[in-house]
Design a protein around this ligand. Structure first.
Ligand SMILES: Cc1ncc(COP(=O)(O)O)c(C=O)c1O
Length: 478
């Protein structure tokens, strides 16, 4: 009998796996010889795709080649060591292996009985990371998520449920007052989006101004809470950030924890990127106070370099996920209740979902905490080198952070701090294909160039290449 069309025959499969592995290895080893950025041309791209009208099957090798060549050509190469971007790393070898296994075994992470190993691995990791953040493993719960967005969304939901128990059943309309959550002016906008998705609306997010180091000001937070209560609002959540997206600032967690405790508000810490500091003994004091958080967002697909996406929501309230997500139904497997284990679909936003934690497990098992500490230390050193070289070349680094993220302006140009000039510099560098950097605004107003090191493969030569590309941009822009 012919193999069914969705499963290729054994000979073709054997060849295909070889070709696939060769393509993966070639990408891993030859990536840095090419451009970081593609030429952006949607017309050409759609023309290339138009040959796939799916009316006749395409040969498997031809289809695979099309995709491999296309990904090489039409992708900003975030794993490239000169991608100085948005917390997107080069994936770990073991992470790639883990994701391939997940695709092949396709574990279903809705019910415990269907994927006991994968689910126990995820729970084991949640407790292990919780312990790094100072939680008691016996009092730690959590869930893997698609990324920081979903983890932050989970935080807003759990805080709502904890603060307003009637919210679960009767929704926001049952509440006497408008719930309010607090973020700094530098917080990630996933929290705004979460407020919208939860039905709170973005006006429910009150932005607290930052100090000169771009950290949430606890005194202003306290007075804003008092003012909001006076106006009949119902504050319920303070969402601090440990490692802001634009500038790597770390909010003053001990002071914010004090305010949240005094005011009986849920404290969430979005440590999506900066949380990795907990893995390096000399950096972990930066996160002091995080142990007081009611919940934490940590993304393994950022600084832990596993393939996307791998968000983690961690909490020290072992009952809150169930009270937020548990739903009565009759058709799902029920063995979990007998074993007192977790059914993820009753414990998180998603229902059927892939095993997110296996790529994290393999990466951490093989590198160990120490392997990660070495990698993160290296990136921090590259950040310090970048800062020093920028300053030596007439760029002024304007953010203060021990994390490897530089925000800078041009001291040598009359327009060196203007948004237009900085945008032109970034576009020139990106257009050259030699590196990827971006622009942002600090505290919502000050324009800066931004270069972040989230890649364990970035070396001193790559830093030099970025400085050269910036110099060239400066020269061309006159
Ligand atoms: C601090 C912070 N929180 C949350 C997010 C959202 O994470 P994700 O893109 O994985 O959903 C990001 C993304 O960069 C971030 O920097």
């Amino acid at each position: 009998m012919d193999a069914p069309p969705l499963m290729l025959d054994a000979k073709t499969r054997a060849q295909l796996w070889h070709q696939l592995i060769d393509a993966i290895e070639a990408y891993a080893t030859k990536l840095e010889t090419g451009r970081v950025t593609p030429a952006l041309d949607p017309v050409k791209l759609r023309a290339a795709l138009s040959r796939f009208d799916f009316s006749a099957p395409v040969d498997a090798f031809e289809a695979l080649d099309f995709l491999v060549e296309g990904l090489w050509k039409y992708q900003t190469h975030t794993p490239h060591p000169r991608y100085y971007g948005l917390f997107n790393p080069a994936p770990t070898t073991m992470g790639i292996a883990g994701d391939a296994l997940v695709a092949a075994f396709n574990p279903q992470l809705a019910a415990w009985s269907h994927s006991p190993l994968a689910i126990e691995i995820e729970q084991h990791l949640v407790r292990a990371f919780g312990a790094r953040f100072g939680y008691d493993p016996a009092q730690t719960d959590g869930t893997f998520a698609s990324g920081g967005m979903e983890a932050n969304h989970t935080a807003v939901l759990t805080a709502l449920v904890r603060h307003f128990p009637e919210f679960s059943r009767r929704g926001l309309r049952a509440l006497a007052a408008q719930p309010i959550l607090y973020v700094s002016a530098e917080a990630h906008h996933s929290l705004l989006k979460a407020a919208r998705i939860c039905g709170l609306g973005t006006d429910a997010v009150h932005e607290i101004p930052v100090d000169s180091d771009l950290r949430m000001n606890p005194e202003i937070l306290a007075s804003r809470i008092a003012q909001d209560r006076g106006q009949g609002f119902a504050p319920f959540l303070v969402a601090a950030t440990a490692g802001t997206t634009s500038a790597g600032a770390i909010d003053p967690l001990p002071a914010l924890a004090e305010v949240a405790a005094r005011e009986k508000l849920w404290l969430h810490v979005d440590a999506a990127w900066g949380g990795a500091a907990a893995l390096v003994p000399e950096l972990s004091p930066l996160l002091d106070g995080i142990e007081h958080a009611d919940s934490i967002t940590f993304d393994a697909h950022k600084w832990l370099s596993v393939p996307m996406g791998a968000g983690i929501y961690i909490t020290r309230h072992t009952d809150v996920l169930n009270s937020t997500f548990s739903i009565a139904q009759t058709y799902m497997p029920r063995e979990a209740a007998a074993f007192e284990v977790v059914d993820p679909f009753l414990h998180s936003i998603q229902w059927s979902r892939r095993a997110i934690g296996l790529k994290v497990f393999l990466s951490l098992a093989v590198a160990g905490w120490e392997g990660y500490a070495v990698a993160i230390r290296h990136m921090v050193a590259m950040g310090a080198l970048l800062r020093a070289q920028l300053e030596a070349s007439g760029w002024q680094v304007v953010n203060k952070t021990p994390l490897p993220l530089c925000c800078f302006i041009d001291q040598r140009h009359a327009q060196g701090g203007s948004a237009d000039y900085l945008h032109a510099v970034a576009m020139n560098v990106v257009g050259s294909g030699k590196a990827w950097i971006s622009t942002t605004r600090l505290a919502g107003s000050t324009p800066v160039l931004r270069a972040c090191i989230t890649n364990y493969r970035t070396t001193a030569d790559d830093i030099e290449a970025l400085i050269a590309a910036l110099e060239e941009a400066r020269r061309q822009l006159g």
